[in-house]
Design a protein around this ligand. Structure first.
Ligand code: NDP
Length: 279
């Protein structure tokens, strides 16, 4: 079975759109997302454009603030401070990566946790660890929605997450743990990776290596969530999983493109609405 991220994310955005329309009908303020882009990285420009388009789709306001690569950390901190104080702004997102002269963690920590729609602020990370209600990173949340869409119950299942980044691997592991899965986090120092991944009822691939996982890494009947966004030898977008080699062996799998990617943006809209409501 193909887990269609395009369709599932469309449904989530449609639901948000209805909520925003209701706010409009009631004459209430409309949620607003502010996106800050520093520098001219082409991939980041595409991501930002897609996020703004999603805001337009659901009827939210958006603010794109583009600065050239020489924008200093102090200037960025001052900008974030002004957005923190701006009553009209519900969500603040700094498109990562930022140029080398800016300390990424300092920027993440400057954002008011209530407006931290990426869910990267330490206060939201702590809430995730404690399984308290907070803003959860979008990509991991998107993956949970995909499992919900196929009615997959993680309780008692063996989940293997390959990749331990703060934005994907660690948070998705915690979400699975909170749903009573037995979770293994593998990474570049893991020995016998194949033996580990072959145990997985659910394999989450988040390493950023094109078509790394062929069918020899996958258990028969597993569910495979492929987070990777890579270019193959023909410069075509592909995941971390060798889709063609794996698809016949599994119960369900996410394609790339059209899998986890669109979910991330839908959950960003959801987080912005959540920030709005919390304020
Ligand atoms: P990072 O580069 O931050 O982390 C990669 C992780 O993979 C690290 O933990 C690393 O281990 C591990 N790793 C790398 N190579 C191997 C290997 N050969 N065997 C085992 N583990 C390995 O990546 P991100 O988490 O930010 O992103 C991962 C992928 O997901 C990328 O392709 C990215 O583009 C994509 N992505 C997609 C999103 C979407 O919306 N679809 C959103 C975010 C990311 P170690 O820690 O030991 O170095």
């Amino acid at each position: 079975m193909l887990i269609n991220g395009k369709e599932i994310s469309k449904q989530i955005k449609e639901d948000i759109k209805k909520e925003v329309e209701l706010l409009k009908e009631e004459g209430k303020r409309i949620p607003c997302l502010a996106v800050i882009l520093i520098g001219e990285d082409p991939a980041s420009q595409v991501y930002v454009r897609n996020k703004i388009r999603a805001c337009e789709f659901v009827g939210m306001k958006s603010m794109t603030i583009s600065k050239d690569a020489s924008f200093t950390q102090e200037e960025l901190l001052a900008l974030i401070d002004s957005l923190n104080k701006n009553e009209e702004v519900d969500g603040i997102l700094v498109q990562l990566p930022v140029p080398d002269h800016i300390d990424e963690q300092a920027i993440i920590e400057a954002i008011d946790p209530i407006k931290d729609v990426d869910g990267f602020h330490p206060s939201n990370v702590a809430k995730l660890v404690l399984n308290e209600d907070g803003l959860v990173p979008c990509t991991p949340q998107g993956m949970m929605c995909m499992l919900d869409a196929i009615n997959y119950d993680l309780d008692g299942k063996e989940v293997v997450v390959v990749g331990r980044s703060n934005i994907v691997g660690k948070p998705v592991s915690l979400l699975c743990l909170h749903r009573n899965a037995t979770v293994t986090i593998a990474h570049s120092h893991t020995g016998n990776l194949r033996d580990v991944t072959k145990r997985a009822d659910v394999l989450i691939a988040a390493i950023g290596k094109p078509k790394f996982f062929d069918s020899s890494y996958v258990k028969e009947g597993a569910v495979v969530l492929d987070v990777g966004m890579n270019r193959d030898e023909n410069n075509k977008l592909c995941g971390d999983v060798d889709f063609d080699d794996v698809v016949d062996k599994v119960q369900a799998i996410t394609p790339v493109p059209g899998g986890v990617g669109p979910m991330t943006i839908a959950l960003l809209m959801s987080n912005t609405l959540k920030s709005y409501k919390a304020r």
